[in-house]
Design a protein around this ligand. Structure first.
Ligand SMILES: NC(=O)c1ccc[n+]([C@@H]2O[C@H](COP(=O)([O-])OP(=O)(O)OC[C@H]3O[C@@H](n4cnc5c(N)ncnc54)[C@H](O)[C@@H]3O)[C@@H](O)[C@H]2O)c1
Length: 331
């Protein structure tokens, strides 16, 4: 058995955590030889509910879980942290503007970034899930300046899984044979699901799946609005599929994968995206929490307006978030 890995999960009393914790505890993410110490952070008002989650984890009698620690203290949560899975975020309330949501969450991710900077291991790997995930990750990366930005990612795998599964259903094949379906940009309804490089084990996609009307009228809006469709049907947001995507993201990032996967990562200028912006790119994962943006999947002319739109939305979010967080002189 390896040394225990200290995994901090925030928003641990929430619905994604409830679906995710069994994946972590069973070894489905970090491997069945990897013991873990779970540190569960949630706000003070959620501590009673969190205690119930801990009881259920205990009742699971998971051999790999060596310690479970609950807290509402942000500094305590990140002490010696190896992996941080940041699900906790301020929820969007009825009538709330996206900008207000952005600013509420920017303050949360600033505080968590500072705590990670001070208390986590320098080798920590961070996955941001709480929305608006891309900009929360950018804020966190700024305030966790001791941590290499390549160690901080956000989740777009749910969008990639949705798009891949949609195509597999259309073709009546297993999602495992559909490759190179990408979702670019922001985890919002401006994201650009892109089939230009998609293939199956039988070769390129048939023409009817590449037809511009089909893409414009059906495929793209269905994927962009999938989260809202789940909320409409379930009266709750995606949790099972989100937890599954978090597990996929972490497992691939740590174990490596042959496939190209979507991750929201800090732009190094690739594809003309401004440096520092957290953008969903196609990535190769090499294992042990390393990845590289794959440079050779340019979008076509059809995709360009979609990319411009999602890119501009992220630039605006960045400006709004940092205008309130940073002194004017440093902007
Ligand atoms: N990136 C993605 O693909 C994706 C997909 C689905 C959901 N999400 C987002 O993930 C987040 C979690 O979703 P959920 O369904 O579990 O929500 P939820 O409301 O069920 O749980 C959120 C939890 O976070 C806690 N929380 C709030 N503020 C906190 C803080 N400052 N510190 C620690 N914990 C805090 C809440 O008390 C709650 O227990 C939401 O922001 C949601 O929009 C992202």
């Amino acid at each position: 058995m390896d040394m225990p890995m200290r995994v901090t999960v925030t928003g641990a009393a929430g619905q994604i955590a409830y679906c995710l914790l069994p994946f972590l505890a069973r070894g489905d993410v970090f491997g069945t030889d990897q013991p873990i110490e779970l540190v569960l952070l949630d706000i003070e008002e959620a501590q009673t509910s969190l205690r119930g989650v801990v009881m259920e984890l205990e009742d699971g009698a998971y051999p790999l879980v060596s310690v479970i620690h609950c807290t509402s203290n942000v500094s305590e949560a990140f002490v010696d942290c190896d992996v941080a899975v940041l699900l906790g975020a301020f929820p969007r309330k009825l009538g709330m503007e996206r900008r207000d949501l952005l600013l509420q969450n920017a303050a949360i991710f600033k505080e968590q970034g500072e705590a990670i900077h001070k208390y986590a291991k320098r080798s920590v790997r961070v996955l941001v899930v709480g929305n608006p995930a891309n900009t929360n990750a950018a804020v966190l990366a700024h305030f966790a300046s001791a941590i290499d930005k390549k160690q901080i990612t956000a989740l777009s795998r749910l969008d990639q899984n949705r798009a891949t599964s949609f195509i597999a259903n259309e073709l009546k094949v297993s999602p495992s044979v559909v490759k190179n379906v990408f979702v670019w940009g922001n985890h919002s309804n401006t994201q650009y699901p892109d089939l230009f490089h998609a293939v199956t084990n039988r070769g390129p996609l048939p023409d009817w799946l590449r037809d511009e009307n089909f893409l414009r009228e059906k495929f793209i809006p269905i994927i962009q609005e999938r989260g809202a469709a789940v909320i409409k049907a379930r009266k709750l947001s995606s949790a099972m599929s989100a937890a599954n995507a978090v597990a996929d993201h972490l497992r691939d990032w740590f174990a490596g994968t042959q496939d190209v996967v979507n991750m929201v990562v800090c732009s190094d200028g690739s594809y003309g995206i401004r440096k520092g912006i957290f953008f969903s790119f196609p990535c190769y994962c090499y294992g042990n929490g390393t990845f590289e943006i794959v440079p050779h999947f340019p979008w076509d002319a059809f995709g360009d307006p979609y990319i411009q739109r999602t890119k501009q939305e992220l630039y605006k979010e960045w400006d709004q978030a940092f205008a309130t967080l940073l002194p004017k002189s440093s902007l």
